[in-house]
Design a protein around this ligand. Structure first.
Ligand SMILES: CC(C)(COP(=O)(O)OP(=O)(O)OC[C@H]1O[C@@H](n2cnc3c(N)ncnc32)[C@H](O)[C@@H]1OP(=O)(O)O)[C@@H](O)C(=O)NCCC(=O)NCCS
Length: 185
């Protein structure tokens, strides 16, 4: 069975290994190696105080994916969170990414955040498509931002505003309700 839950500092070794594995694919994340277990433990412990979250995907007691939103610490920008996520290769393409983004946005928009932003490589079409369908808008492009392994890539800056997201999710709920009513008639 595959479940999702909030991470705890005890998950640090497993989260660190998962982030490291995706980083070492050298395609999707800015890092080409992960963070140490100690850094990861400190990061997870800091989330409770900062208003951030980290959700992990657990398959047969193993952590196979994560999604975190970290609030920006600067005065005037504390309503903004930065999202990062990834899944181990064999857990992609099964709807887990969508589930993680939805859970993460529901949690942080129910707290104090009013904006969630992220950066994604333009070549990462699956992630860009997922973010767009979940309410993110492309706000900018850093041209020629990465040269790695003989390939050049741009970075897209994407953002999702709480008010717009709430409007779109309430529209979706209203649409689903009216479809169900129509099906019953
Ligand atoms: C990006 C990522 C998190 C998406 O999660 P996922 O579980 O694979 O995606 P989902 O199964 O939820 O699918 C989301 C959408 O992508 C599409 N998709 C997923 N895998 C696909 C594939 N191999 N080819 C084409 N489309 C695909 C799905 O059809 C779905 O589209 P829809 O909205 O039209 O239904 C995941 O693929 C991943 O971990 N990639 C590597 C790390 C990464 O890119 N992190 C993000 C860095 S910004």
């Amino acid at each position: 069975m595959i479940t999702t839950r909030s991470s705890t500092p005890e998950d640090a070794d497993a989260v660190s290994a998962c982030v490291d594995a995706v980083s070492r694919e050298r395609r999707y994340l800015g890092n080409t190696a992960g963070f140490s277990a100690e850094q990861t433990r400190a990061f997870i412990a800091s989330l409770a105080d900062s208003g951030g979250i980290q959700i992990v995907v657990v398959a047969e007691a193993r952590i196979v994916g994560w999604c975190d939103v970290t609030p920006v610490p600067f005065e005037g920008m504390r309503h903004v969170g930065r999202l990062g996520m990834g899944l181990l290769p064999s857990f992609r393409g099964q709807g887990l990414g969508r589930r993680l983004v939805r859970e993460a946005l529901s949690q942080v928009f129910a707290k104090t955040l009013k904006r969630v932003e992220l950066e994604v490589f333009a070549s990462n079409k699956i992630a860009v498509g997922l973010y767009e369908r979940e309410g993110f808008v492309i706000e900018g492009r850093k041209r020629s931002a990465r040269f790695l392994d003989g390939a050049e890539d741009d970075i897209l800056i994407m953002g999702c505003l709480r008010d717009e997201w709430l409007r779109s999710t309430s529209q979706e709920t209203a649409l689903n309700t009216s479809l169900k009513l129509k099906q019953r008639c």
